[in-house]
Design a binder for this molecule. Structure first.
Ligand code: MSP
Length: 634
């Protein structure tokens, strides 16, 4: 058995400004991983913090007429408020200005100095202040920073150097012997190339400003901000103050970082640890970025999105879900208003929200809300049980790989299967037939059980929704006590009372950025019509033969229907309510003599009729028994 602890960290953020939604991504992802391991029975330690030193912070504070500490205190408070709003379950928060951290950084610095791997020399070179990074002349791009493209400054000073070059071979060997150490593989390959290109000794002190941790050996020098920051991963688990705790959690299981700082975590940090005689972290994982309309978010481009505004408008779980689903394993994702609203409406309001709503409403109708003793399993019921077991297995392996987006896609595929199970099992039909009591009881039990299992699956990602569903299921113990291993089928106790509730995720109808105030809804009196006016409508039953999405139109589906010997193409605004495959084979009510039109370049010869509820749900009209396609609806 491996150890039962799990230590995960986020980068510590620069309090030069408030955080945007891109920063929130790293922390939300780390939180989902931490919660997953807790649910799995691990003793988890989850660390985050703030990286408060360095020239940039010193300058920004000065511009605002504050001391650096006064300035960062306000910003760091904002970080902590944001994490609370985002339901981040961190165990400790290291501020690099804390005394406990000073001691650790100075201790490590002195230790490496005494071993001879930090030495004094003269630094002459280039420095990018926004990135707090030194670059040799050869790496500059048109004389600018190779990472951010901004101007660099020339720097000449007496400095301390860290003998990185000495460790290059050892580090390469470690990377080669431990394929899991840097992930995903593409980043690992980049790092291997980088090290093979040769490592220069690193300048680890500065004398031109003093907002930093003093070099313990000589006054007037402060420690390089990355040396200071990386060491927070030791501070947070009691490196000097609680040896037992340190032994328990070190080495870290995962340092989760954005792709642009993988280099610091997989080259500088391991070499600091080697030089200090400490074990290396098990994994450095470099995730992709959240782009804004395909561009990097940055204050200077004016395209930053404030997470607080989004949470206030859509709720915390909608934002957590969006972030974790939209950035796929190892690559970049895109933030756009349409993508966010699309995810909320299709995945949360429709797939999950509807499932909860339909299931609890039927339970109330057929069993007064009390989960029945299940009848025997038919093949359709067994298939659902097996689907749940497969989903759990896949989820476990995807979470081990930190593939959060595919993990969510896998859960949502299961949610889709449960919705389909309802359609196929048709409990409303079973309820009409007294001889089908056992079948109905099995179907309704399975729905309650599916919701229980789904709560466990989604808990790491959207914990408050998971807890809400859990509570509505009438399960009185705490969801968080449940091991994921217990997401096994059949643990829902019959006799439990299910409580319906308001929609978990109301649909977003106003698909515009929040800056634009929603228009007041207009209430118009609907005039009466005469029967002959109604008779002018040729409404007929159409069988859906094919259904496809339309590229670039996230609300529309293109249908091919049979009107009884006549085939037509219809463009219907159903994409956020139905997956294409759910519609194929269905008989729908079609307004057949609507004037043909072209929508998004596609011919539409009619309109599918559907019921639209106030809470945003939309369901098609169909018949309750097989009828010939083309039948007139009167
Ligand atoms: N202070 C350093 C980290 C030191 S760790 C010992 C730092 N801070 S940061 O505030 O600039 O960034 C912190 C994290 O936010 C990084 O993981 C970075 O990748 C992440 N993100 C910042 N913008 C982002 C996006 N637009 N999208 C996803 N993550 C992004 O670097």
């Amino acid at each position: 058995m491996g150890k039962n602890t799990f230590y995960i960290t986020t980068p510590i953020y620069y309090p030069s400004d408030k955080l945007h939604i891109g920063h929130a991504y790293t922390t939300v992802a780390a939180d989902a991983i931490a919660r997953y391991h807790r649910l799995n029975g691990k003793d988890v330690f989850f660390l985050t913090g703030s990286d408060e030193h360095g020239q940039k912070i010193e300058r920004v504070a000065k511009e605002r007429g504050k001391t650096p500490k006064e300035y960062v205190d306000g910003i760091v408070k904002g970080f902590q408020d944001l994490w609370q709003k985002l339901d981040i379950s961190y165990d400790d928060f290291v501020r690099t200005t804390e005394e406990r951290h000073y001691r650790v950084v100075q201790d490590i610095f002195r230790e490496i100095y005494e071993k001879g791997d930090i030495y004094k020399g003269e630094y002459k070179g280039w420095y990018c202040t926004p990135c707090e990074t030194f670059f040799p002349e050869t790496r500059l791009v048109d004389g600018n920073c190779p990472d951010c493209g901004r101007p660099v400054e020339v720097l000449q000073e007496e400095s301390y150097f860290f003998r990185m070059s000495k460790y290059a071979d050892r580090l390469l060997q470690h990377i080669e012997a431990n394929p899991e150490f840097i992930q995903p593989t593409s980043r690992r390959n980049e790092m291997v190339q980088f090290i093979k290109g040769g490592l220069e000794d690193l300048c680890v002190s500065r004398t031109t400003f003093d907002w930093g941790i003093p070099v313990p050996i000589e006054e007037g020098h402060v420690i390089y901000v990355w040396f200071d920051a990386l060491t927070n991963y030791l501070t947070g688990i009691g490196y000097l103050d609680d040896k037992e705790m340190f032994q328990k959690y070190w080495p870290a299981d995962v340092h989760l970082v954005g792709k642009e700082i993988v280099r610091f975590h997989s080259i500088i940090w391991p070499i600091i640890l080697m030089a200090a005689g400490l074990e290396l972290p098990k994994k450095v994982y470099g995730h992709g970025w959240l782009l804004f309309d395909s561009d990097k978010m940055s204050k200077s481009k004016g395209n930053v999105v404030d997470p607080v505004v989004l949470i206030d408008q859509f709720g915390v779980d909608a934002i957590r879900y969006f972030l974790l689903r939209e950035i796929s394993f190892g690559s970049d994702g895109n933030f756009s208003w349409e993508a966010l609203v699309g995810r909320i409406n299709a995945d949360l309001a429709n797939d999950l929200g509807n499932l909860v709503h339909r299931s609890s409403a039927m339970m109330k109708k057929y069993y007064k809300g009390v989960v029945p003793e299940p009848g025997p399993e038919r093949p359709l019921d067994a298939a659902l049980r097996e689907d749940a077991a497969n989903t759990r297995r896949k989820l476990v392996s995807l979470m081990e790989e930190l593939d959060l987006s595919t993990a969510l896609a896998t859960i949502w595929r299961f949610i889709g299967s449960v919705n389909k199970y309802i359609d196929e099992a048709a409990p409303w039909a079973l309820a009409r037939d007294e001889s089908k009591g056992d079948e109905l009881a099995r179907v309704m039990y399975n729905l309650a059980e599916s919701l229980r299992v789904i709560s466990l699956f989604i808990y790491p990602f959207i914990p408050s929704t998971a807890k809400e569903i859990w509570a509505r299921l009438g399960l009185d113990d705490e969801l968080t006590d449940h091991l994921l291993g217990q997401a096994r089928w059949g643990e829902m106790p019959p006799g439990t009372v299910i409580r319906p509730g308001s929609p978990l995720f109301p649909r977003i109808e106003d698909e515009k950025p929040p800056a634009k105030a929603p228009e007041a809804p207009q209430k118009e009196a609907i005039p009466e019509v005469a029967i002959d006016e109604f008779a002018r409508m040729d409404i007929r039953l159409a069988r859906v033969l094919e259904a496809d999405r339309i590229a670039g139109a996230d609300k529309l589906l293109k249908l091919k229907v049979d009107l009884g010997g006549e085939e037509r193409q219809i463009v219907a605004g159903l994409a956020q309510h139905y997956r294409p495959e759910e519609l194929v084979g269905k008989d729908v009510a079609l307004l057949a003599n609507l004037k043909p039109t072209t929508i998004r370049g596609e011919l539409s010869q009619g309109m599918v009729l559907a019921a639209a509820a106030k809470d945003g749900r939309v369901r098609i009209l169909t018949v309750d028994e097989e009828m010939p396609a083309g039948s007139k609806i009167r």
